[in-house]
Design a protein around this ligand. Sequence first.
Ligand SMILES: NC(=O)c1ccc[n+]([C@@H]2O[C@H](COP(=O)([O-])OP(=O)(O)OC[C@H]3O[C@@H](n4cnc5c(N)ncnc54)[C@H](O)[C@@H]3O)[C@@H](O)[C@H]2O)c1
Ligand SMILES: O=C(O)C(=O)C[C@]1(C(=O)O)C=C[C@@H](O)C=C1
Length: 365
Amino acid sequence: MKRTVFIVGLGLIGGSIALAIRKEHDVHIRGFDISQQQVKMALSLQVIDEVAPSLEEGVKNADLIIFATPVMKTEELIQELAGYSLKAGAIITDVGSTKKRIVTQADCLTEKGVTFIGGHPMAGSHKSGVEAARAHLFENAFYILTPAEGTDLRQIIQLQNWLKGTKATFIELTAEQHDRLAGAISHFPHIVAASLVHQVAKMDGDEPLVSRLAAGGFRDITRIASASPAMWRDILLHNKESLLELLSSWTTEMNEVRAMIETENADDIFAYFEQAKAFRDGLPAREKGAIPSFYDLFVDVPDHPGVISDVTSILAQHEISITNIRILETREDIMGVLRLSFRSEEDRQRAQVHLQQAMYDTYMM
Ligand SMILES: NC(=O)c1ccc[n+]([C@@H]2O[C@H](COP(=O)([O-])OP(=O)(O)OC[C@H]3O[C@@H](n4cnc5c(N)ncnc54)[C@H](O)[C@@H]3O)[C@@H](O)[C@H]2O)c1
Ligand SMILES: O=C(O)C(=O)C[C@]1(C(=O)O)C=C[C@@H](O)C=C1
């Protein structure tokens, strides 16, 4: 008989995990979501095989239960789960972006002899919903596990085996460590991105031109401001302590930048950017992390009609798929840049060869 996986929350991450599990295991996947639209879509995309009418029904006979709901909901649902009878040996995990409050809540399961192992696949997108789910979303990403002290090693290995289709790299951290690190490299940057958007939105009232001019750098740094407000509301409430500390040190740093500008301290300003560039350039490029690395190729293109279809048809002729395409800096009569994203380094390199043969200037960053 097939083993059963039960996924609660059939959105971007729940859906992607389901697809990744299916790649490696012959399983029956059951799903539950409060949104009927997401449920229908998950069924039609064959992300799940069956819909559970409730959490209580869904957990019956499940070998693996995965919570992929916003983190405050996950906390509530774990408490509810403790009231239901679960299959002996079942493993419970979650994919939430915060860990401390979730693993603390999960003590109520541990007390009942149920294994809960907190998890966080450190890759994602600003998109939500099962329609954006992809089996390869977590390839090369870090997948953090936060098992409680005393968790049976065999169950950690079993969970990793369930999740091997993600092709992620597993690492273990304590929940506290996780929240401190994720706060700095994921949660706080989302606050900054949203604040930059607010700043421009406020100017927009008096200077409507500002949003039309918002291009290149602004769009790159604020992409993540398009993420789900419900998900980020919950993350900020859960990781309050780390985020308040980060806000204090950021404020101090911004005051230092203010002083450098006020005193026109050219050397310090240069050093500020130089040191940031050195650290940023030194980050590992091929590993997806909280700063996901895409296999991007930049192509200089003259700004005239038909150029995009020419580039994409060259790639299609050689059966190279692109995962994303974006036009950067197009201005009238000025050379623009196309950013093409690929699924693998091999695709990127093949694309470069064929586009160069067609006389396009290409470069990687
Ligand atoms: N988006 C990312 O980049 C990312 C990456 C890693 C981890 N995460 C974490 O994954 C989790 C899910 O995020 P997502 O991006 O898939 O969001 P999503 O909005 O795409 O999906 C969340 C789903 O949960 C459902 N849901 C909400 N309350 C529910 C309830 N009470 N019962 C059942 N279903 C309910 C929603 O209807 C939705 O379909 C969050 O905890 C988030 O912190 C997100
Ligand atoms: O790439 C994005 O859009 C993301 O924001 C993904 C991202 C992040 O890197 O901060 C967001 C939250 C998750 O918990 C993990 C990954």
